[in-house]
Write a protein that binds this ligand. Structure first.
Ligand SMILES: NC(=O)c1ccc[n+]([C@@H]2O[C@H](COP(=O)([O-])OP(=O)(O)OC[C@H]3O[C@@H](n4cnc5c(N)ncnc54)[C@H](OP(=O)(O)O)[C@@H]3O)[C@@H](O)[C@H]2O)c1
Length: 252
């Protein structure tokens, strides 16, 4: 039976490339995002990628347009994966926004701060919690892959809320890994830290020429796949840091 992955942020640069890589590797893929047109493109790309694999069966793909910052979005991801594919093995939490750009923290409004934490942290917790409740009820193992950033454990001036959200996301990974030890099913938690890559996010933040020189988002996909399929004892509770050349370093 095919393994099933749900990807949040699947309509964005990194998520889209990951959806294609997971489909090519034989996963059934739920691609979640908000923008219906971008989701349709991501699904078409994943279908092409899967069809290119030698001896590949027909790809199993679905999309979900849902705002994960709103209540109900997280459970919709899990419910849709289970309804379409019968199970959920891997959740990749990649949805995020950069929030206010080039603003020092003392100029950030309450609403802007909250919007970043809602999308980048609370949504990841809610989605992981919904997936865990399902896995425990179904008695099936679950792998949680959290997409962090090199900004975690560092700081970039003018990107305060985003940076804080990624530090907190790595805290969420650690807390989930600790709680996983008490779960009645095998839960594996892995964090992936991509380098800067070309995407809507970096195009909004960097000067155009600099953004264009970045590596493509597809260089992150092998680390996401590795996080999803490597033996639990090798990756549980660890951080996979991806270098700009795609090399993967295991931390922790
Ligand atoms: N690009 C980089 O250089 C870089 C570096 C390190 C880490 N990362 C991380 O990698 C992940 C993907 O980034 P990216 O570069 O691919 O960014 P992107 O192209 O801007 O994609 C962001 C994704 O998040 C989704 N999203 C945002 N808010 C959402 C919400 N409230 N509900 C549902 N979906 C929401 C977007 O959906 P819609 O577009 O459909 O609204 C989109 O699919 C993020 O976690 C980011 O922090 C990126």
């Amino acid at each position: 039976m095919r393994p099933v992955v749900a990807l949040t942020g699947g309509s964005g640069g990194i998520g889209r490339a990951a959806a294609a890589a997971f489909a090519r590797s034989g996963f059934a893929v739920l691609i979640a995002g908000r923008d219906a047109a971008a989701l349709a493109q991501a699904e078409a790309e994943a279908a092409r990628a899967a069809a290119g694999a030698p001896g590949a069966p027909a790809p199993a793909l679905a999309t979900l347009a849902a705002d994960l910052a709103a209540p109900g979005g997280a459970s919709a991801v899990v419910d849709t994966a289970v309804r379409r594919f019968g199970r959920l093995d891997v959740l990749v939490s990649g949805a995020a926004v950069t929030g206010p750009l080039r603003r020092p923290l003392w100029e950030v409004t309450d609403d802007a701060w909250q919007a970043v934490l809602d999308a980048n942290l609370t949504a990841a917790w809610r989605t992981a919690a919904a997936a865990l409740r399902h896995a425990i009820a179904a008695g099936t193992p679950l792998r949680l892959v959290q997409v962090s950033s090199g900004i975690a454990r560092g700081a970039v001036a003018g990107l305060g809320p985003y940076g804080v959200s990624k530090w907190a996301l790595e805290g969420l990974s650690a807390a989930l890994a600790a709680d996983a030890e008490r779960a009645p099913v095998a839960v594996t938690v892995v964090t992936v830290r991509p380098p800067s890559v070309r995407s809507a996010m970096t195009r909004a933040w960097l000067p155009e020429a600099e953004a264009a020189r970045l590596p493509g988002p597809e260089i992150v996909a092998p680390a996401l796949l590795e996080a999803a399929i490597a033996p639990r004892e090798r990756v549980h509770g660890r951080v996979l840091r991806v270098a700009p050349d795609g090399a993967i370093e295991m931390l922790g």
